[in-house]
Design a protein around this ligand. Structure first.
Ligand code: B3K
Ligand code: ZN
Length: 879
């Protein structure tokens, strides 16, 4: 155990800063092993702060060389230095404090602050990384104007970048050079960035709506510049989209994106200087899959959209993280919907939310979209803050309508530009612009847990009335035993027996208002009465996934199949199919537990067959309709989880469907063959998706599966088709498996991002020896234990993507992850804490696995040295 138990920071203890920083001048003498940083802070007491409070500057792992006050060097007795802060008492109203520190970027393996990545120097400051660079009030509500000078050896670091405009540059003695940058926009320290390295850029320009020309650069290692075209196109689309949809123009003359190999997450929105995980920048057809292309487009857009939602208006404190993240995810989702097949994008978002966020909400790490306390803020960059946060914004958008929402965001930007604000400020702007009361929505930010809607319906043929009763309940979550009812917009439509949509008239209305409407749920139970319905309708509920809730509705298999065939709302159609699959899976699990033979449900077989035959529908949607719930999703729906049983039943269903639909699957697979070179466009993406989906089913057929997969693997001219075939082959115990893996390795061994896939498919294999393979791969010369992408590709893919083998009944998977987490925690706590989350939901498993998972957690808890990050995850899991 650690010596001192880390303390939680609480929202209720928020205090405004005692000092504000008007401007800061930073000077860096960059050297990988010894960088000197001097910081001159122009400080002023905050009228809202405490009188006479000492100045407290955050700082961690800094070697302090010198402190001066208004130009005079201070004596050590005039200030106090601890492992976390530099405190200076007795300062006047205004003062200039200058510090000089020394840091070692090459020893920085946590990848927070200033660090080295393949010979370049770069930074990551959100949330609290700036304090590892210099002493500063490292909190988002202190906004300062930054001027930054970088000095470095020219040969090793020809490119020098920081936020804002380059205002000076030149040569220095000893082969060094310098550049000075001025960022005219006051910003919090977490948005600071610098880059120094040997990079090359793809350059382009964008002319804003008001006619200003912005210089755009995407920088990578020289060999990869040719792969930046897709990211550049995405950036330009995002810039145009934000002007058109939100009226937001870019504000600096230059915008840089830099690709970095060693990066803890996806990307970072530093003002005018985004730093990206290389994985989300580079793409060409031979190396990147359709999914990669889509991720790049949406992440480039996400970071760009932060310029207004995050940078120009930032968070008052880290509890407000969803203020920028939930809103920016919602904006990037809207953007992606506009770029491709909106319905299919929505389905993918919901699938992610249901699998990851619902699980989080139901486990020991559950927290509200706006958490009330944290030990380590890095643990709160979660699906709840991001994805559920976006769903809350989406509900506000639904309630206000597109125009009302735009009025609201206009007011938000006008009122709060240049400020650090709270979620209340955002909701108030939306409400004030529309003259409505949105206060009840604040409960969505404060209450954790997934509401469960239980729907009952009844038809009265004599009165031609249909009654819908909706009951809502949220189960207790840690620290929140009591839950209140939430405002929920519930979109619905009704289908007649012929599949047509019925007009909707509520009991007190004179006439029907269309065939789809949004009901306003507010209390624990509500009943709605619809008129003019001589026949019982089939309700299509939660259209478009209008609220982040679980829905239970008593529909028969036939009614679900009816929705699957006819619903005009693509999401509801998909969801009916998922419910049908889940029903069949529940029955199969019961049969499996009772030791009975498993048989394929004929109704399901026919419904799936009809979807496969639906050549009128978007192939991308058909692929979604034919996708079985994942093992992780199924686990989330069960009270007691036995991963082996889930795997057996799901595999049975997959191969039984493949056998039953063998010929139509083959026919569709053939019909969807490519008729030209790879193009990244929605129609082609959908075609490839459905074709690879068919191949997935066909791979279950021992006689033709392996050869079809190998054939595709060898014939493919693009990574989407190659990777799909390789992932399928990796599951099988056939000679073609080794042949494909070897060929892939030979072809891509020199390219880290592509090779990650080679590690992942092996880690995700259902084969009995998967864990041994993973352990052997840890020793492979290409394994890079300090590179987060590689660790995620191997260890992460096993832990999060291979439930069957991770949950091996002998506990070997748990012991393995505990060992890995312990080792990784020693150098990269953020990465370790993420991996450890796989163990936290132990209470949901059957008793044998429960005990083993708990044992692994206890072993971690007893580690002699535990980071704050890991301590928080492990202690909450065991509480
Ligand atoms: N804001 C960053 C995430 C920072 C994570 C810090 N642990 C990327 C994003 O959400 O756009
Ligand atoms: Zn973000």
């Amino acid at each position: 155990m650690r010596d001192a138990t880390p303390r939680a920071v609480e929202l209720k203890n928020y205090r405004p800063p005692d000092f504000l920083v008007d401007s800061v001048r930073l000077e860096f003498d960059l050297e990988p092993a010894s960088t000197r940083v001097s910081a001159r802070l122009q400080l002023r007491r905050n009228p809202a702060g405490r009188r006479d409070a000492p100045l407290v500057l955050d700082g961690q792992g800094l070697k302090l060389r010198r402190v001066s006050r208004d130009g005079y060097v201070m004596r050590p007795s005039e200030y106090e230095v601890t492992a976390e802060a530099l405190t200076i008492p007795g300062l006047p109203e205004q003062v200039c404090i200058e510090t000089e520190v020394q840091i070692d970027p090459s020893a920085n393996s946590a990848l927070e602050g200033l660090y080295t990545s393949r010979g370049m120097l770069c930074t990551q400051c959100e949330a609290e990384g700036f304090r590892r660079i210099t002493y500063f009030p490292d909190r988002p509500d202190v906004l300062a104007r930054f001027t930054t000078t970088l000095r470095a050896e020219r040969a090793a670091y020809p490119l020098l970048l920081s936020n804002g405009n380059r205002v000076a540059e030149g040569e220095l003695a000893d082969g060094r050079h310098y550049a000075t940058f001025e960022d005219p926009f006051p910003k919090p320290s977490y948005l600071f960035a610098l880059v120094a390295g040997q990079l090359q850029a793809l350059h382009d320009t964008f002319v804003t709506a008001s006619g200003r020309t912005v210089q755009l650069y995407i920088h990578t290692e020289p060999a990869y510049v040719a792969q930046c075209g897709h990211a550049m196109a995405a950036l330009k689309k995002a810039m145009a989209w934000d002007e058109r949809v939100y009226g937001r123009e870019y504000d600096l003359d230059v915008y840089h994106v830099v690709a970095v190999d060693d990066f803890n997450m996806g990307a970072m929105e530093n003002k005018g200087l985004n730093i990206f995980n290389a994985k989300y920048v580079m793409a060409d057809p031979a190396r990147a899959t359709d999914d990669d292309y889509e991720f790049i487009e949406s992440i480039i857009a996400h970071e760009y959209f932060h310029n207004w939602t995050g940078n120009r208006i930032t968070c008052r404190d880290w509890f407000q993280l969803s203020l920028k993240e939930g809103l920016t995810v919602f904006r990037d989702q809207q953007f992606s919907a506009d770029m491709g097949s909106a319905a299919v994008k929505r389905i993918a978002e919901v699938r992610g939310l249901r699998t990851v966020q619902f699980a989080e909400d139901g486990g020991p790490l559950a927290h509200p979209v706006r958490p009330a306390a944290y030990v380590e803020i890095n643990n709160f960059y979660t699906s709840t803050v991001y994805q559920k946060g976006a769903e809350v914004v989406r509900m506000l958008h639904t309630v206000l309508g597109a125009d009302g929402f735009r009025r609201g965001t206009d007011l938000y930007f006008e009122r709060h530009d240049g400020q650090a604000v709270t979620v209340e400020d955002f909701v108030a702007a939306l409400a004030d612009a529309n003259g409505v009361d949105l206060a009840p929505f604040m409960a969505w930010y404060q209450q954790a847990g997934t509401p469960q809607l239980t729907v009952a319906h009844r038809h009265d043929a004599d009165a031609a009335r249909w009654y819908l009763t909706v009951h809502q309940r949220t189960a207790p979550t840690p620290g929140q035993p009591e839950k209140q009812p939430l405002p929920i917009p519930l979109a619905l439509g009704l289908l007649g027996a012929d599949g047509r949509e019925l007009p909707l008239r509520l009991a007190d209305e004179p006439a029907a208002v269309g065939t789809q409407r949004v009901l306003d749920l507010r209390s624990a139970e509500q009943t709605f009465v619809f008129e003019d319905l001589p026949q019982a309708p089939v309700p299509s509920l939660l259209r478009g996934f209008c609220a982040p809730v679980r829905l239970q509705v008593d529909l028969s298999d036939t009614e679900l199949a009816h929705l699957l065939a006819y619903d005009t709302d693509a999401f509801a159609r998909y969801d009916a199919g998922q419910q049908l699959y889940m029903r069949v899976i529940h029955r199969l699990l019961a049969a499996h537990a009772a030791g009975e033979d498993l048989t394929l449900d004929a109704g399901l077989r026919d419904a799936v067959g009809r979807c496969l035959d639906d050549t009128a529908a978007d192939p991308a949607l058909v692929a979604e309709l034919l996708t079985l719930p994942s093992e992780a999703f199924i686990a989330g729906e069960l009270d007691v989880v036995d991963p082996a049983a889930i795997h057996t039943v799901r595999r049975f269903l997959r191969s039984a469907l493949a056998q039953a639909l063998r010929e139509p699957l083959r026919a569709r697979y053939r019909a969807l063959a490519p008729d030209g070179a790879y193009r990244f466009e929605a129609g082609e993406v959908g075609r490839r998706r459905l074709r690879n989906l068919c191949l997935g089913y066909l791979a279950e057929l021992d006689d033709i599966g392996p050869s079809l997969c190998l054939e595709q693997f060898e014939a493919a001219d693009n990574m989407t088709d190659t990777a799909a075939a390789l992932a399928l082959l990796a599951q099988l115990d056939v000679p073609a498996r080794e042949r494909a893996l070897d060929a892939f390795y030979q072809r891509w061994q020199g390219e880290a991002l592509v090779l990650d896939r080679w590690f992942s498919v092996q880690a995700g294999s259902r084969r009995a020896q998967a864990l041994d393979d993973v352990k052997a791969l840890l020793q492979h010369p290409a394994y890079a234990p300090r590179n987060p992408n590689r660790v995620r590709a191997l260890v992460g893919a096993f832990v999060h993507g291979n439930p069957l083998r991770f949950h091996a009944p002998d506990g070997s998977g748990y012991a393995f992850v505990a060992d890995q987490v312990q080792a990784i925690d020693g150098f990269n706590p953020m990465l370790a804490a993420r991996l450890a989350q796989a163990l936290t939901r132990w209470r949901r498993y059957e008793p044998g696995r429960q005990a083993l998972m708990r044992e692994a957690l206890e072993r971690l808890a007893a580690s002699p040295k535990l980071s704050k990050d890991l301590y928080e995850v492990v202690s909450k899991a065991l509480a």
